[in-house]
Write a new protein. Structure first.
Length: 336
């Protein structure tokens, strides 16, 4: 996990100055970014998406798209107190379940600069649209199975726990509790996004080549990028339906339900020396009743990225399975 907590907090300060943005539109204030040697708008650097703003608008804030300055300050204070992992209490089980101390977290200390109550900007209610009836049936069946078979084998555990894929890598790249850091590197014909979490690398061709055949599926899909003015637009298809649980255990069930028909459109616009506006639209007609869009500011931070050795020596997974066998044995003895 990242030890640059203080540096990241300082780097997030410019987000307080961001204007309110409208989904699908370019930023109101024009800023000409520097250029790479081959003429691309320069997105390079190390960036963070840490924020206290949730993906979906909380029910208690329904009908309130943005907070006042005073409301935002109170909201931030409450979230930081509620999430403080150094505040322990209750049983030993509760204490152990706290896992890491607060030092290791980088969820941010501020909401986004516009003080929106959700990262989702469309639909206007700030919520992920309902699933289609067929997708809801699949989700319900998966949840029922998971309840009865929580840890028969490693395949029953969520992808993040198995160190295969995290929402921070996505795509879309959703902020998590820590390691919300990315390094963007540009070369002729490519943009590469190195993800600190599990050190994934998204290699995005921008040379006009077609997508891979539909029969070829990848964990993070098949991206193709192009420039629209100063905005990098990335269309990703060819996802595998196995990534539908990418948000499980980290962001709750809100993103669960996406399938291999997902078409994701991302837009990266550098709107200032220290800020990239990251926008994405989820278009998955067999999963969601309508498309939805979110905006996340990315703040420039000091580098380099640090290694996140998740899979190497993942002793926790064997512990989870061993614990499940112990619980089964205990339950069997109780029934005799």
């Amino acid at each position: 996990m990242n030890h640059r907590f203080l540096a990241s907090v300082c780097a997030l300060a410019p987000l307080l100055l961001l204007p309110v943005q409208v989904a699908g539109q370019a930023p109101a204030a024009k800023w000409n970014p520097p250029r790479t040697p081959d003429g691309q708008p320069d997105l390079q650097g190390v960036w963070s998406t840490s924020t206290l703003t949730p993906l979906e608008r909380p029910p208690e804030l329904a009908g309130k798209p943005a907070l006042t300055q005073a409301e935002a300050a109170a909201y931030e204070k409450r979230l930081l107190q509620q999430g403080n992992r150094d505040i322990r209490g209750g049983s030993a089980d509760v204490d152990v379940a706290g896992a890491y101390n607060e030092l290791w977290f980088e969820r941010g200390t501020k909401v986004v600069g516009s003080r929106r109550t959700s990262l989702i900007v469309d639909p206007p209610d700030g919520r992920v649209p309902p699933l289609t009836p067929e997708a809801q049936k699949k989700v319900d069946a998966a949840r029922a199975y998971a309840k009865l078979h929580p840890a028969d084998g490693p395949e029953d555990r969520p992808l993040p726990e198995r160190c295969l894929l995290w929402p921070t890598a996505g795509p879309p790249m959703l902020p998590g509790p820590y390691n919300n850091n990315y390094e963007i590197v540009q070369a002729k014909g490519y943009v590469i996004i190195v993800v600190e979490m599990i050190h994934d690398a998204r290699i995005i061709p921008i040379d006009g080549r077609p997508h891979l055949p539909q029969g070829i599926r990848q964990w993070m899909g098949d991206p193709r990028g192009h420039w629209e003015g100063n905005t990098l637009v990335v269309e990703t298809t060819n996802f595998t339906a196995k990534t539908s649980d990418v948000g499980a255990g980290l962001r709750g069930p809100t993103f669960r339900g996406s399938d291999d028909k997902l078409r994701l459109i991302e837009r990266f616009t550098r709107i200032g020396p220290d800020t990239i506006l990251y926008q994405f639209t989820v278009d998955d007609p067999t999963a969601f009743t309508k498309p939805w869009t979110a905006e996340i500011p990315m703040a420039k931070i000091p580098g380099p990225l640090l290694e996140y050795a998740c899979h190497e020596g993942n002793y926790a997974l064997s512990g989870v399975l061993a614990g499940a066998r112990a619980e089964e044995k205990k339950a069997g003895e109780a029934t005799r």
